[in-house]
Unconditional design. Structure first.
Length: 427
């Protein structure tokens, strides 16, 4: 059955986080759009014209004149196109946690009607849309897949905190459960994506394309992290080596660091889970994950060794970590690996303060049980870790950051904000 995009179509975005809200705003400029989230506090916030994630400004929220927000499932029944943008995290055993996706599918099964289209954007392993989500939609709705309703998959490519690469100017991969629906989904996104679209040959292809984007980045960073560990043992400056190697035109400009957030440190586990379920144990991908997941411990051990070299007593020392967000100029603390450093230093008996002008004090306490400092005092710390490259930290400057330390202290510049000469230790 063919499906045309109509002006009367109402689009519902299910999940108004870092991915869903920007999408809802763009569709809300042109189509009657429903922004749905189970968090009533989030709906109240957005209705008042504010976005705590800082992905969308108050002006942009106001420009979406056809967008309404709700946490009432009854309002979803007005829609004919549903786009699912809920998170797909991993559990403590690094296994995919599909519970948000399953719950969203159960919810939509209660509201979808004949000829409706459900499009998933959440990152999953190949096959999840058709094997895990569709059966739920069928069971709950009583409708028949590809006869009464259809599905599509268009992986999100949101980069939190990035004000240059936005949802509209990042090329969008699209797919559908039939050739006609694939064209429909492609046409739908073409209404808002100025960078254009790429129609994949199947939903599984689109799912796989998304999951390997971040797997590739993860492995490249893991290689540089391992090189940094090797060169540190050799007493050679990693940044100087990378600058020299970077003079060749095809050398990729990756830098060592912590790999956190909701994408790069998570998505590879979806692929490895699927690979293992079909009888193949991926070696390279898991090796990269082990290296990157261990960098928090490595950073902590480097810091402690440097403190010992300066004869700073470690047990009972005061250390300041500057930054909690998983990346610079962004309030997103999901899966931040700064927490690994924090925990490891606490294991040494160190008193650890964390300061981050971007992160939410409430979220830091709720998620990590960390009491963020709202201000820090001079001459207070035996060591300072500049862990996130916030612009505020650059603006403060190395001299002011040094003044936070005691007369004898260690400055660990994890993000290469300052020169080698200005810091005591770098990754």
């Amino acid at each position: 059955m063919s499906r045309e995009l109509l002006k009367s179509d109402v689009i519902a975005i299910v999940g108004l986080g870092y991915v869903g809200l920007p999408l809802a705003v763009e569709f809300g400029k042109k189509f009657n759009t429903i922004g749905f989230d189970i968090n009533a506090k989030r709906i109240t916030e957005l209705t008042s014209g504010k976005d705590h994630t800082l992905e969308v400004s108050s002006i942009e929220l106001g420009d979406a004149k056809y967008l309404q927000y709700t946490c009432d499932i009854e309002n979803l029944k007005k829609a004919s196109i549903y786009i699912v943008t809920v998170p797909t995290p991993i559990d403590e055993h690094h296994q995919p946690d599909l519970s948000p996706l399953i719950k969203a599918s159960e919810l939509l099964g209660k509201v979808i009607k004949y000829n409706d289209v459900v499009i998933y954007e959440s990152t999953v392993y190949p096959g999840a849309t058709e094997d895990d989500c569709v059966p739920i939609l069928e069971t709950v709705s009583g409708l028949k897949f590809n006869r009464d309703f259809f599905v599509g998959y268009s992986p999100e490519r949101i980069n939190p905190g990035d004000k240059t690469h936005r949802v509209t100017n990042i090329k969008k991969v699209t797919s559908g459960s039939t050739p006609a629906i694939a064209s429909f989904v492609d046409t739908l996104y073409q209404q808002i994506i100025t960078a254009g679209t790429h129609k994949a040959s199947s939903i599984k292809v689109a799912e796989a394309a998304k999951v390997i984007e971040n797997t590739q980045r993860d492995l490249n960073i893991a290689l540089i992290n391992e090189l940094a560990i090797i060169f540190n043992k050799m007493g050679i400056d990693t940044e100087a080596i990378l600058e020299a190697a970077g003079t060749k035109w095809n050398f990729l400009p990756f830098r060592p660091g912590l790999v956190g957030g909701h994408c790069i440190g998570v998505d590879p586990y979806y692929l490895t889970h699927k690979a293992q379920s079909i009888g193949y144990r991926p070696e390279v991908i898991l090796a990269g994950r082990r290296i990157n997941d261990g960098m928090g411990r490595y950073v902590s051990s480097q810091l402690v060794k440097s403190m010992l070299h300066k004869r700073i007593h470690v047990n009972g020392a005061n250390v300041l970590i500057m930054g909690l967000a998983f990346k610079e100029n962004c309030p997103d603390v999901r899966n931040t690996k700064i927490f690994d450093i924090y925990n490891e230093l606490k294991e040494y008996g160190i008193n650890v303060d964390v300061y981050d002008p971007w992160a939410s004090i409430e979220e830091a306490k709720h998620v990590y049980n960390i009491n963020l400092k709202d201000k820090v005092s001079n001459n207070s710390y035996d060591a300072i870790v500049v862990a996130v490259a916030h612009q505020e930290f650059k603006d403060i400057g190395v001299e002011a950051i040094r003044n936070l330390g005691k007369k004898e202290h260690v400055l660990y510049d994890l993000k290469y904000l300052f020169s080698k000469e200005e810091s005591d230790i770098r990754l």
